[in-house]
Design a protein around this ligand. Structure first.
Ligand code: ADP
Length: 580
C-alpha cells in the first residue's frame, strides 16, 4: 500500500539547490503545462519500485518492497545513481532506461536509413548512439544499381547529424553521437578533417579507430595499407606518421578527432563469438557490439570517507546493491527495437562506475597528481570490479548465466557463473554528478570555486562543498578566502590555505597531461569497459605535447584518448576566472 511504501522509502534525499533545479527541469514527471507533478523524493521512489519489480521474474513471491527499500536508500543517500534515462523514464510510459547504444551501419542505402530511423527512436528516449562508418564503401566508389558514385562515410554522417539536430529529444536532452572510422579506411583523411569547420557535425564526437598494425607503422615510420571495405582489397597506402601527425594536429586545434584502440578493445572483447566490437557510445566509455545497449550507474566515492579513511565495508554494500539494480534494469528496460532487446539480453552488460573521485582524494588529503593517488585508483577500482564480479556470479546462480557465457572469456578465467558480460565502466557522469553534488567521474576539480551569474545580475560564489567543509574544519574558512579562490578557481598560492590543502585541492589546469593520462590508465587497468576522461592541456600546449600524450596513453594501456586544449573551441562551457 502507499502507506507502507512511504514508510519504507522515507529517507529524504539531501539535494542542493542546483540538483533540484536540474531535476525539475528535466527529470521529474510534469503535467501538460510543464509543471512538475512529482517531487525528487517521488522520483527516487518511482525508480526504486519500478526497478525492484524485476525480482519477480526469478521468484514470483519476491519481496519487492524490501528490494526497493535497498535501492531507494542508496539513491536517496546519493551513494549510487543510475544513468539519466533510468532516473527520467523508469516507471513511466517510455521506460527506456539505457544511456548507451551502438547501431550497425551497413553499406546500402536501405541499411543507412534504417540506422537513421533507429537513431531517431533512441534519441527520443534519451539514449546516445555510436556508429562505425567503416563498412561504407569510400567516396567515389561505383554504385552498381545506378552507375553513379557513392558519397562516402563522411557525407552520410551529415544525415545522422541533421536527424539528431531535428529531434532534439523532445526537449529533454539533445542527442549525442559517436562516429568512428577505421584508420585503414580509404576516406580516413577526410574523416580526420570532418570537424575542422566547427559548424559541421556538431552532434558528433569523432574517433579514429586505431589498429595495432597502424601503431607499429607509426613507431617504425613506415607506410600502412588501406582497404576498401566493399571488396576487401587493398586500396592504397599512406605514411602512418603523416596520418598520425594530422590527427594530433586536428585534436590540438579543436578536440576532434579522438582515438580509440579498436584492436585493443577487441583483444579484451568478453564475448568474441558474438562478433567484433566496432564502436563505442558517444563519450567513449562503453564499447558495444552492433545492436547492443548498456545501462550505467555510478557510486559517489566521497560518501565513503569516514574520519580520513575509506569505509570499504560500506562501499562493498553499495556495490552489491548496485549490481543487483543494474541487472534488474536490463529486464525492466523497454528497448526501442527488437534486435537491441535480443542482443542486449544475450550478454547482459552493465556499467558500474564511480564519481566523486576528486572529492575522495581531497578528503584523504592526497593530491591527484601523485603516485599515491594513482595507486589508490587501482585499489579502489580493483575492489569495485572484484566485488562486482562476486555479486554478478551470485546473481547468476539464482538467475542463470548471461546466455553467451559458455563461449565468453569467463569460463577460461575460472569463473563458473556470471550474470553480466561486463560489469565496470567509468562514465562522465555529466548530469548525475550535479544531482549527487560531487565531482564528476574520475576528473579532477575544474575549479574549487567560481562565480555564477544569477538572474538578477548578481554574482554568486559557488564553492566545492568538500573544500568548504575542510576549510571550516581546519579553521581557514573566510569570505575573503572564497572570493579569492573564485577569482582564479584555485587555492594554489594562497597563503591563508595551508600547503597540504593547496595540494590536495589541485585543479585540472595545474595537473600535467602526464598525470591526467596516468590516472586514466590506473582506472582502466581494472575496468571491463572503458574510461571516460579528458586530458586537459593549457592553451599554450604544443602539437608535440599532444603527440606525447597519445603515445603515453597507448603505452599505458588506455582504450582511447580524448584531449582538450583550453580555449580551442568557442562556446566552451566552463571557464575559470572569467566571472561570466
Ligand atoms: P548522465 O550523467 O546524464 O547519466 P553521462 O554524462 O555519464 O550521463 O553520460 C553517459 C552516457 O550517456 C554518454 O556516454 C552517452 O552515451 C549518453 N549521453 C550523455 N548525454 C547525452 C545526451 N545529451 N544525449 C544522448 N545521450 C547522452
Amino acid at each position: 500500500s502507499n502507506k507502507e511504501i512511504e514508510k519504507a522509502l522515507s529517507q529524504t534525499p539531501d539535494l542542493t539547490k542546483n540538483a533540484i533545479t536540474v531535476l525539475e527541469k528535466r527529470y521529474l514527471k510534469r503535467d501538460i503545462s510543464g509543471k512538475p507533478v512529482e517531487k525528487p523524493i517521488d522520483m527516487f521512489r518511482r525508480v526504486a519500485l519500478n526497478i525492484a519489480e524485476a525480482d519477480k521474474n526469478y521468484d514470483k513471491d519476491a519481496d519487492i518492497l524490501s528490494t526497493a527499500t535497498a535501492f531507494y536508500e542508496q539513491m536517496a543517500a546519493l551513494k549510487f545513481l543510475p544513468n539519466s534515462p533510468t532516473l527520467m523514464n523508469a516507471g513511466r510510459e517510455l521506460q527506456q532506461l539505457a544511456a548507451c547504444f551502438v547501431l550497425p551501419v551497413d553499406d546500402s542505402l536501405e541499411a543507412i536509413f534504417e540506422a537513421v530511423k533507429n537513431t531517431a527512436l533512441i534519441h527520443k528516449s534519451g539514449g546516445g548512439t555510436g556508429f562505425s562508418f567503416s563498412r561504407l564503401r569510400p567516396k567515389d566508389d561505383v554504385v552498381k544499381t545506378t552507375k553513379g558514385v557513392s558519397s562516402g562515410p563522411v557525407s552520410f554522417m551529415t544525415v545522422f547529424d541533421a536527424a539528431t539536430e531535428t529531434i532534439k529529444q523532445g526537449g529533454t536532452r539533445r542527442g549525442a553521437n559517436m562516429g568512428i572510422l577505421r584508420v585503414d579506411h580509404p576516406d580516413i583523411m577526410e574523416f580526420i578533417y570532418a570537424k575542422e569547420d566547427k559548424t559541421k557535425l556538431t552532434n558528433f564526437n569523432l574517433s579514429v579507430g586505431i589498429t595495432e598494425k597502424f601503431m607499429q607503422a607509426v613507431l617504425n615510420d613506415t607506410d600502412y595499407d588501406l582497404y576498401n571495405p566493399k571488396t576487401g582489397k587493398t586500396a592504397g597506402k599512406l605514411k602512418a606518421k603523416e596520418v598520425f601527425d594530422t590527427m594530433v594536429q586536428l585534436a590540438w586545434e579543436g578536440g576532434d578527432p579522438g582515438i580509440v584502440y579498436l584492436d585493443r578493445i577487441n583483444a579484451e572483447n568478453p564475448t568474441p563469438k558474438e562478433g567484433d566490437i566496432e564502436s563505442t557510445n558517444p563519450c567513449g566509455e562503453q564499447p558495444l557490439l552492433p545492436y547492443e545497449s548498456c545501462n550505467l550507474g555510478s557510486i559517489n566515492l566521497g560518501k565513503y570517507v569516514k574520519d580520513g579513511k575509506i569505509d570499504w565495508e560500506d562501499l562493498e554494500k553499495t556495490i552489491e546493491v548496485a549490481v543487483h539494480f543494474l541487472d534488474n534494469v536490463i529486464d525492466m528496460n523497454k528497448y526501442p527495437i527488437q534486435q537491441i532487446n535480443d542482443q542486449t539480453k544475450r550478454n547482459r552488460k552493465i556499467g558500474l562506475g564511480l564519481m566523486g573521485w576528486a572529492d575522495m582524494l581531497a578528503m584523504l588529503a592526497i593530491p591527484y597528481n601523485t603516485d599515491e593517488a594513482t595507486d589508490l585508483a587501482e585499489k579502489v577500482m580493483q575492489f569495485i570490479r572484484d566485488k562486482g564480479r562476486e555479486k554478478s556470479s551470485a546473481l547468476a546462480v539464482i538467475r542463470g548465466d548471461f546466455p553467451s557465457f559458455k563461449d565468453s572469456i569467463y569460463p577460461k578465467m575460472g569463473f563458473k557463473n556470471m550474470r553480466n558480460a561486463t560489469i565496470t565502466t567509468i562514465a562522465p557522469t555529466g548530469t548525475i554528478s550535479i544531482i549527487g553534488s560531487c565531482s564528476s567521474g574520475i576528473e579532477p576539480y575544474f575549479a574549487i570555486a567560481f562565480y555564477r551569474q544569477v538572474m538578477d545580475n548578481n554574482k554568486l560564489v559557488e564553492v566545492s562543498p568538500v573544500f568548504k567543509d575542510i576549510a571550516k574544519r581546519e579553521g581557514f574558512l573566510s569570505d575573503e578566502l572564497l572570493e579569492k579562490v573564485a577569482e582564479t578557481g584555485t587555492a594554489h598560492g594562497l597563503s591563508m590555505v595551508p600547503e597540504k590543502w593547496q595540494e590536495a585541492f589541485v585543479t585540472s589546469h595545474e595537473i600535467t597531461p602526464f598525470w591526467h593520462t596516468k590516472m586514466q590508465a590506473a582506472f582502466q587497468k581494472y575496468t571491463d569497459n572503458a574510461v571516460s576522461k579528458t586530458v586537459n592541456f593549457p592553451n599554450e600546449a604544443t602539437i608535440e605535447d599532444v603527440k606525447k600524450t597519445y603515445l603515453l596513453s597507448y603505452n599505458l594501456g588506455c582504450k582511447g584518448t580524448t584531449i582538450y586544449r583550453d580555449g580551442s573551441r568557442t562556446g566552451q562551457v566552463l571557464n575559470v576566472g572569467t566571472k561570466e
